[in-house]
Design a protein around this ligand. Structure first.
Ligand SMILES: [Zn+2]
Length: 222
């Protein structure tokens, strides 16, 4: 066997091992988030590529999610009733997250994890206040909590804005607007859901005007 042959065989094995790990890790992640995978489906992107998505079903308003393992989860239940452009919007948005530079993606997951720690600090501090500890004694704890949470919100907002810009770039303004109009009419959002939506996601009109500005300075060319 030639050395090239051997190398190819090793690469193939490694690729299969990586796919196997990616598949198991995605399913475990989805299960931990209480969105167990029901099936795998293939979607066509605007560019004509085929992408693999892991499907889950639940009543939440979450259309899709990317995982730390370079895969995407889509809510079959929500996507079954929407138009093609909305489905495309959701897929392109999640693909944008998925295809982010791996260093940035790693930092993002780290910051999201830190935000969860920040929330836990805040809740713990609140509990101590209820138990009679003075707020003054907990200043540091609340400051750490606030820094972690605010950083998480800002970074997440930037990441979501980038995903929205990429989705707009792929769909074009008309379909992007139509998709958002349709999404806004679906289901009922809880108060918490509404607050999180405003904090984390840019409004579609803001995305469009930002996109136009970027185009003027040569970003997002044809
Ligand atoms: Zn997103």
């Amino acid at each position: 066997m030639s050395i090239d042959n051997l190398r190819n065989r090793i690469y193939k094995r490694l690729y299969r091992l990586e796919s196997w790990f990616q598949d198991r890790a995605t399913r475990l992640f989805a299960w931990l988030y209480r969105r167990p995978v029901e099936s795998r489906e293939t979607y066509e992107t605007v560019g004509g590529d085929e992408v693999d998505a892991y499907m889950f079903s639940n009543e939440s308003m979450l259309f899709g999610q990317h995982t730390p393992f370079g895969t995407i989860l889509l809510n079959k239940h929500l996507l079954s009733d929407v138009s093609g452009q909305t489905e495309t919007h959701v897929v392109q948005h999640e693909l944008s997250h998925r295809d982010r530079n791996s260093v940035i993606r790693g930092l993002w997951w780290g910051i999201i994890f830190s935000m969860a720690v920040g929330i836990a600090y805040g809740l713990y501090g609140g509990l101590l206040v209820l138990l009679g500890v003075s707020v003054g004694a907990l200043t540091k704890l609340f400051a750490y909590s606030a820094i972690l949470v605010v950083t998480g919100i800002i970074v997440n907002r930037l990441e979501e804005t980038k995903a929205e810009l990429d989705a707009l770039h792929a769909l074009g303004e008309g379909d992007f607007r139509a998709a958002h109009e349709e999404i806004s009419t679906i289901g009922e959002r809880s108060v918490v859901g509404l607050i999180l939506g405003v904090l984390f996601y840019p409004n579609p009109e803001t995305t469009i005007s930002l996109y136009n500005k970027f185009q003027q300075i040569g970003l997002y060319g044809e």
